[in-house]
Design a protein around this ligand. Structure first.
Ligand code: LMR
Length: 396
């Protein structure tokens, strides 16, 4: 049986970590996976997380099974963050939220649920998108296509192409949208453009699935989440996956969620019952620790304020690194207009470097980015940025 198993290719993003770990170059820099490191190159343990864990240790709890849909206080906190705690959709019980194994888990629960509901629907993801979007929806059984997004020539978004494709999509098509900090390009559409997307979703009868993995890394927590209110105001039902991997620096805890906005409380109850079946038949019920930490922080005013400040600190440092990278590249002698790097949002920069250039960066300089040309600017710091800029100059 197993002798016929073929070797699978390495994961385009996480596979880089394995290669990076094995690299003996002392100057190596990992700009592959989307992880925020501080200016010392260290993965931060947020103070708010430490304080929440301290509280949890002072009143240790036995670890029974959680409910299938997770910790109730956590699900409520997610709803508050995504939709607003006092919003009519939350107080009216119209949102079905389940704790998930990271943002990826939220996407997977949503994908499996949608496949049962609408087995023949097509899924559209942006071109390009996070590498795992295609794989995840394909593995859930969907035919996955794309809508235009990146405009390589103008270093921005091909919005005309995007909207034309959405307007021509068949009713019921599932459209995966990046709520903020588009991964991998870093280019976000404006609120006015969102209004047009929402109009297309509504008039074509599409199903919007918003992936919100970077809330707080663009312009702020409320600013980055504002698109959700635009969808709510349009009277649409939609899906939102949430991740706290980046915003709480809790990558390994796998803390995420899926929320589905429904037409009524009664509908939300039925949807929740089905989401629970998807979870039960995949991994039974979620783990306790990470979600308890996030719930404690979000539901304790002092800890929440601390978190908002720490998240703002990460956001500001990333923006500083964008400016510094443009400066260092110019200082290294790169004679190109790279100002687009400062127009991008979130952890990533779509650098425009080609696959062979990315391969050279890895093999000759130990600078790891994704083959698509995506680099994680959140892993740049005052010690490695000059080396990265000089290495980029050489491969250019
Ligand atoms: C990334 O895009 O690097 C992150 O979302 C991590 C991942 O799971 O791929």
């Amino acid at each position: 049986l197993l002798s016929a198993v073929e070797m699978a290719p390495r994961d385009p993003i996480l596979g880089l970590n394995e290669q990076f770990a094995a690299d003996t170059n002392p100057a190596k820099v990992n700009l592959g996976v989307g992880v925020y490191y501080d200016d010392e190159g260290k993965l931060p343990l947020l103070k708010c997380v430490r304080a929440a864990e301290q509280q949890m240790m002072e009143a240790p709890k036995a670890r029974g099974y959680l409910p299938i849909d997770g910790i109730a206080a956590y699900d409520k906190a997610v709803q508050g963050l995504v939709f607003g705690a006092d919003s009519a959709v939350v107080t009216g019980g119209r949102v079905a939220t389940v704790q998930a194994i990271g943002g990826t888990g939220g996407l997977k629960i949503g994908a499996d649920f949608l496949k049962r509901l609408s087995p023949d629907a097509q899924v559209l993801i942006s071109d390009p998108s996070w590498e795992n979007h295609r794989a995840l929806f394909t593995n859930a059984g969907f035919n996955v296509g794309t809508y235009p997004y990146y405009d390589a020539e103008n270093k921005g978004i091909n919005f005309a192409g995007m909207i034309a494709t959405l307007r021509a999509a068949a009713p019921g098509t599932v459209v995966v949208l990046h709520a903020c900090c588009h991964n991998p390009t870093g280019y976000d559409i404006t609120p006015e453009q969102w209004a047009q997307v929402i109009d297309a979703v509504k008039s074509q009868g599409l199903v919007a699935f918003l992936d919100m993995a970077y809330q707080g890394f663009g312009n702020g927590i409320a600013e980055d989440g504002a698109v959700i209110q635009q969808f709510v105001d349009a009277g649409l039902d939609f899906f939102v996956s949430t991740s706290f991997s980046k915003s709480f620096s809790l990558y390994g805890e796998r803390v995420g969620a899926l929320s589905v906005l429904c037409a009524s409380k009664e509908e939300a109850t039925r949807v929740l019952s089905q989401l629970k079946i998807v979870i039960r038949t995949n991994y039974s019920n979620p783990p306790t620790h990470g979600a308890q930490v996030v719930a404690t922080v979000l539901n304790t005013p002092e800890l929440r304020a601390m978190w908002e400040e720490e998240l703002a600190g990460m956001r500001v440092r990333i923006k500083q690194m964008r400016v510094a990278l443009v400066e260092k590249l110019a200082a290294a002698g790169v004679d190109l207009d790279l100002s687009f790097i400062t127009r991008q949002q979130g952890m990533f920069s779509y650098s425009g470097l080609t696959k062979p250039q990315m391969e050279r960066l890895r093999s000759e300089f130990g600078v790891y980015g994704v083959d698509s040309g995506r680099i994680c600017v959140a892993a740049l710091n005052s010690r490695n940025i000059e080396y990265v800029a000089a290495s980029i100059k050489k491969v250019l």
